[in-house]
Design a protein around this ligand. Structure first.
Ligand SMILES: Cc1cc2nc3c(=O)[nH]c(=O)nc-3n(C[C@H](O)[C@H](O)[C@H](O)COP(=O)(O)O)c2cc1C
Length: 229
């Protein structure tokens, strides 16, 4: 099938999912519209993806699952028997049920998942895990994946006739109760640039005092008392 545009939709508080997604979409060599749904004010987009467009959906892995916020936003995006590529980015642990969950959400919204990939990136909490990844070797693997996606698209005559992709994961999805971590103090390093205010997925960091995070709002995303710091 011939694709006229790529729409890439990604959730990426720590910017690694965004990096992986860019390498992938740049390697596809098709005009790409990017929708970064991380910030609180950047969601509820109700994007529509046409039949001749490819959607690339990318999400980090939290506790072997897709973050609730990403799942909610992906549900607002509608396809028209449109091909979709799903990408899970994880911190060298386990991506668990993330791809299966993404596939389920998207296939009930008019998408047909034609390819799925899980890629390792620096762990956004345990910063010493997978340091500097994705690195050059990872980028090479992502480019190879992009080539496979192009080949697959070329081979599709009728998308309604392709069989369902089998991805890792099982029902019922694993429970993810959240992360029992406490925020660290970063006062000395903070230069009040405001980037965290704009990118906070749950609007938990006030513009006029970014040192104070609203823990109840953070709970909505991560569960328990985990905080982005
Ligand atoms: C709350 C939370 C839970 C996570 N759970 C997992 C996990 O179960 N397995 C894993 O390999 N990595 C896990 N990670 C690491 C992230 O999946 C990884 O760092 C990813 O690159 C983050 O994407 P981002 O940089 O786009 O935010 C977790 C990170 C966070 C913040």
């Amino acid at each position: 099938m011939v694709i006229h545009k790529v729409k890439s939709i990604f959730f990426s508080p720590g910017r690694k999912t965004s990096k992986v997604t860019s390498v992938l979409t740049n390697s596809l060599n098709i005009t790409c519209e990017k929708y970064n749904i991380t910030g609180y004010n950047k969601r509820n987009l109700h994007i529509k993806v046409n039949h001749d467009e490819l959607a690339v959906f990318a999400s980090p892995v939290y506790g072997g699952r897709m973050p609730k916020i990403a799942a909610q936003e992906f549900k607002n995006i509608k396809g028209d028997a449109s091909p979709a590529v799903i990408v899970a980015v994880y911190g060298n642990g386990d991506y668990g049920d993330t791809l299966l969950e993404m596939q389920e959400v998207l296939e009930s919204n008019g998408f047909k998942v034609i390819a799925a990939g899980a890629f390792i990136a620096n762990h956004s909490i345990m910063r010493r895990v997978a340091v500097n990844r994705p690195d050059e070797k990872d980028e090479e693997v992502i480019k190879q994946f992009a080539n496979k996606v192009k080949e697959k698209l070329e081979s599709i005559k009728d998308i309604n006739k392709i069989s369902t992709l089998r991805v890792k994961g099982k029902y019922p999805y694993r429970r993810y109760p959240g992360m029992p971590l406490k925020p660290a103090v970063i006062k000395k390093k903070c230069d009040l640039c405001g980037a965290c205010v704009i990118n906070c997925p749950v609007n938990a960091i006030p513009k006029d005092n970014p040192m104070i995070t609203n823990k109840k709002k953070v709970h909505k995303l991560y569960g328990l008392s985990y905080n982005m710091y």
